[in-house]
Design a protein around this ligand. Structure first.
Ligand SMILES: O=C(O)COP(=O)(O)O
Ligand SMILES: [Mg+2]
Length: 233
């Protein structure tokens, strides 16, 4: 989709996994603890990482199906319970920010942006990981997949975060943007009629967007900040 680039955005909403944090090592560890109990194979982090972005149920279903293991509803539901328990016990042991993310988020806040998160990670895990990483103070709202009736790529997930931040929604009214790393994020923004930017890490290089929507780092967005734009005028 194409969109008119405004001079400023009042807010930015971010995806979490693959966009702000590399959580793949902790996700893979929780998957492997869950798999080990069932006699399923140990998986490489890179393999698991490629399936992240559609929430934990799809993560497990997609991997089990790809590996030729049982992936009926009952098996996936039991594995999901174990996975969430394992991940909750170790939410951020090995999770790290991508390069410059923390500094750049502070720069974006200082440029006048209001900040939110729209992630397919479970809501309670999202809250605890944001707290562990000290990010809870930077974001006005963060909604995980199970905090809304329909999660990404359903646009209502993103709209729910905007509404929690009291941002304008609806055609022609949007003055904020979504930043993510996968085609799921892109499809969500497109369906919501919201400008989209993609990061260069996570799954970002695989997403097909025009050059002006491709970031080299989050601080590229400072130029669209209300305070930055005012200072330039
Ligand atoms: O799929 C997940 O669990 C989370 O992914 P997201 O933060 O990239 O939406
Ligand atoms: Mg992501």
């Amino acid at each position: 989709m194409t969109f008119a680039r405004p001079a400023t955005y009042s807010a930015l909403i971010f995806d979490l996994d693959g966009t702000l944090i590399n959580s793949a090592p902790d996700i893979a560890a929780a998957v492997n603890r869950t798999f080990a109990l069932r006699g399923w194979p140990e998986l490489e982090t890179d393999y698991v990482e490629a399936f992240i972005g559609n929430g934990p149920r799809r993560l497990l279903y997609d991997m089990l199906s790809d590996l030729g293991l049982p992936c009926d509803d009952a098996t996936v539901t039991a594995a999901l319970d174990g996975y969430i328990r394992n991940y909750t016990e170790h939410p951020a042991d090995r999770t790290r920010f991508y390069d410059h993310v923390l500094d750049d988020l502070v720069a974006l806040r200082d440029a006048g942006f209001r900040l939110g998160i729209c992630t397919n990670k479970p809501h309670a895990l999202t809250q605890s990981i944001l707290e562990v990483l000290g990010l809870d103070v930077l974001f006005e709202a963060a909604l995980g997949a199970d905090a809304v009736p329909a999660c990404k790529p359903d646009p209502r997930h993103l709209i729910a975060v905007a509404e929690a931040m009291r941002l304008p929604v609806g055609e022609g009214a949007v003055n904020w943007a979504y930043v993510g790393d996968t085609a799921v994020d892109q499809a969500t923004a497109d369906a919501a009629g919201v400008p989209f930017f993609v990061v260069p890490w996570g799954g970002g290089s695989l997403v097909d967007v025009p050059a002006h929507q491709r970031l080299s780092r989050l601080a590229d967005l400072v130029q669209f900040g209300p305070r930055t734009a005012t200072a330039v005028e």
